[in-house]
Design a binder for this molecule. Structure first.
Ligand SMILES: C[S@@+](CC[C@H](N)C(=O)[O-])C[C@H]1O[C@@H](n2cnc3c(N)ncnc32)[C@H](O)[C@@H]1O
Length: 256
């Protein structure tokens, strides 16, 4: 018996991995985070699988499902939104399973921040612009952010930065980012990526709050910021340059 933590991806059911879908198809008990995971994902499940929405369950109640499944020797698929390892409340489940002696495996998923980059057709790392992506959030009722990771301190790097779980704090997020990023820095506010109601607003840090109504961006919203989001041409990577040789490719003759 095993518990599989499966990343469902950001919303669209065809963004789950093949491995995740195959495991879902053969697992008799499926626990899914109904607040963020689309029910469409259940189309991969067997018709006689037991399906439980964890949105209404506390950790003890979820543990009870794991314990019962273990006694009945039934595998469990626990579906998380995006990638389970990012703001997935995964560690506490793993700890409970360790205590119960239940084996588990994680199947990674497409995180919402990579889906957002795809949606806005931007690379998040560009040569000489930014080679670093910071994933962060603001403190919420369920989890506090350590003070050493305050948005103002992270903003000092002026790298590409993706702010999760902060749609309700957009004004303070913008204020904190503005302590280091210049007002002309491009931003993209993306909501419900890959869901039918997907919405995106591109702007600059200085103009964003004049152009949107923050209350409409409270839930399932990501804010991306950084110079990589500009549509202006950045220097090209050397990787595909004619005069750049590496293990798999010689430099072209004319370039030598
Ligand atoms: C509990 S976290 C889960 C993150 C998830 N594990 C991931 O890798 O994307 C939920 C937050 O992720 C972001 N998020 C998740 N799905 C999203 C989507 N489809 N579009 C935009 N943001 C999303 C939002 O910031 C949301 O508040």
């Amino acid at each position: 018996m095993k518990v599989y933590f499966i990343g469902a991806g950001p919303g669209a059911s065809d963004l789950i991995t093949v491995r995740g879908a195959n495991i879902l198809a053969r697992t008799p008990l499926i626990l899914y985070a109904g607040s963020l995971v689309s029910r469409d994902i259940l189309a991969y499940a067997s018709s006689d699988a037991q399906v439980v929405n964890t949105a209404n369950l506390n950790l003890d109640e979820q543990e009870a499902y794991y314990r019962d499944a273990s006694e009945q020797n039934r595998d469990v698929a626990r579906i998380h939104s995006g990638d389970p390892g990012i703001y997935g409340a995964l560690a506490e489940q793993m700890r409970r399973l360790d205590e119960l002696g239940i084996a588990y495996e994680t199947v990674p998923g497409v995180s919402s921040f990579t889906a957002a980059a795809a949606q806005i057709q931007s690379e998040l790392t560009k040569p000489e612009v930014s080679q670093t992506i910071i994933l962060t959030r603001t403190s919420g009722r369920a989890s506090a952010v350590p003070t050493k990771e305050s948005l103002t301190s992270l903003a000092k790097h002026r790298s590409t930065l993706c702010v999760f779980l902060s749609g309700g704090n957009l004004r303070s997020v913008v204020d904190e980012l503005a302590t280091s990023y210049p007002p002309e820095t491009p931003v993209a506010l993306v909501r419900s990526v890959s869901w039918p109601e997907e919405t995106c607003h591109r702007s600059t840090l200085g103009n964003l709050l004049n152009e949107i109504e923050p209350s409409q961006w409270r839930l399932t919203t990501l804010l991306l910021i950084g110079d990589v989001l500009t549509t202006e041409r950045a220097p090209e990577s050397k990787l595909y340059s004619r005069d750049y040789a590496h293990r798999y490719r010689k430099a072209s003759r004319e370039a030598i």
